[in-house]
Design a protein around this ligand. Structure first.
Ligand code: ADP
Ligand code: MG
Length: 369
């Protein structure tokens, strides 16, 4: 069993810089958990405390039921893969894979079997007798994965392992890693993964659950679908999803959302979901959930980006920039319109309280179901 439990963990650097503010999180055995957030939010610091590469200022890290705060990295049954997958340059792939096992005093036949297993899983058999300089970026990263895998750890820790690869390779490595995780699980190997990235696409496509972080705090922990459909606050709403959710400032007044000189009547569907009606609010609606409607909010079209099967409309709504995604055919029907009408789909509207950023439009009944 390799459940990972973080109990109120804190990190203070140099006696004064508080980087992690009491994080509580349970990562289940076999789960693929992603830590995502902007640069500097303390993803790496948190991961390094789990790994044992960084002292824990406060709280407890528990791996497989055991408190590991005082255990060195080598005793935590973890393996880590970094962005800079420094392979030993003078050793062939085979030697790079064998290294950790040799240090651990494994026998030659044991090492041989382990190398063959890992090479088969990662499809790097033809590369075993090459030097790192004879590998492409993607191949080298697979060897780095192999070095982690061969240790048969209970927990894999990844810190932005794909950030140095080009976009195409990143996309294929994403699938390789999630496939690998699934296969290890199917073979009954405990393979809990904690994967750090700043890239919301990676987080959304890879994670069983995602922990969204900002400035050393957890903003929300949920499945990708849940984060996308029910962001708990403005930060998560703006961070998850591409193109970004429109976040439109306004005021709630008698069942209407007032944006400059325009009023949007919130129907019962929205009003019945509101936990409160903040005077200063933010209307959140994803670009896909704004539809063309002459009776909708009036916005001035400023730009249109043709994406193939859809078009991104950039518009100005009462001085606020918004984006709508519409079908190419619909766009062609618009002609040379300057002003357009856009209606947010009621069931996809969010209302946030501007004072604390919380989403006051989450349907608690539906969430509980
Ligand atoms: P992330 O991985 O999310 O980009 P980090 O965990 O690297 O963030 O950093 C979190 C915060 O801690 C940042 O403000 C960073 O400047 C600070 N920090 C990281 N490492 C150190 C260190 N060794 N000494 C002092 N401050 C640090
Ligand atoms: Mg980092």
């Amino acid at each position: 069993m390799a459940r990972v439990q973080l109990r109120n963990i804190e990190k203070v650097y140099g006696g004064s810089v508080k980087a992690v503010h009491g994080i509580n999180l349970d990562i289940e055995d076999g789960e693929f958990m992603v830590f995502v957030g902007p640069s500097g939010c303390a993803k790496s610091t948190t991961l390094r405390m789990i790994a044992g590469l960084e002292d824990i200022t406060g709280g407890e890290v528990i791996i497989g039921g055991q408190r590991v705060n005082d255990l060195p990295p080598g005793k935590r049954s973890i393996a880590m893969v970094f962005q800079n997958y420094a392979l030993y340059p003078h050793m062939k792939v085979r030697g790079n894979l064998a290294f950790g096992l040799k240090i651990a005093g494994k026998s030659k036949p044991e090492i041989e079997t382990a190398i063959n297993d890992v090479a088969r899983i990662l499809e790097i058999e033809p590369l075993l007798d090459r030097l790192p300089k004879q590998l492409s970026g993607g191949q080298a990263q697979r060897v780095a994965l192999g070095r982690a895998l061969i240790k048969k750890p209970s927990v894999f820790l990844f810190d932005e392992p794909l950030s140095n690869l080009d976009a195409k390779l990143r996309a294929s490595m994403r699938v390789r890693i999630t496939d690998l995780h699934r296969r290890l699980k199917a073979e009954g190997l405990s393979s809990t993964v904690i994967y750090v990235t700043h890239d919301q696409t990676e987080a959304m496509t890879m994670g069983d659950r995602i922990c969204v972080m900002q400035a050393g705090h957890i903003m929300q922990v949920a499945t990708p679908k849940e984060l996308y459909n029910h962001p708990a606050n403005l930060f998560v709403a703006g961070f998850i999803g591409s193109p970004e959710m429109n976040l439109i400032d306004g005021h709630l007044q008698g069942g209407q959302f007032v944006i400059g000189n325009q009023r949007l009547t919130l129907g019962d569907e929205v009003l019945s979901r509101l936990a409160s009606q903040p005077a200063d609010g933010v209307l959140g609606v994803r670009p896909q959930h704004l539809v063309l409607d002459p009776n909708g909010l009036k916005a001035r079209l400023t730009n249109a980006e043709f994406m193939g099967h859809e078009v991104y409309l950039h518009a100005d709504l009462e001085g606020q920039k918004i984006i709508a995604v519409i079908g190419t055919a619909e766009y062609e029907q618009l002609g040379r319109a300057d002003m357009i009408g856009l209606r947010p789909l009621a069931e996809h509207m969010h209302i946030f309280d501007k004072s604390d950023g919380s989403n006051v439009s989450l349907d608690r009944h539906r969430l509980a179901a």
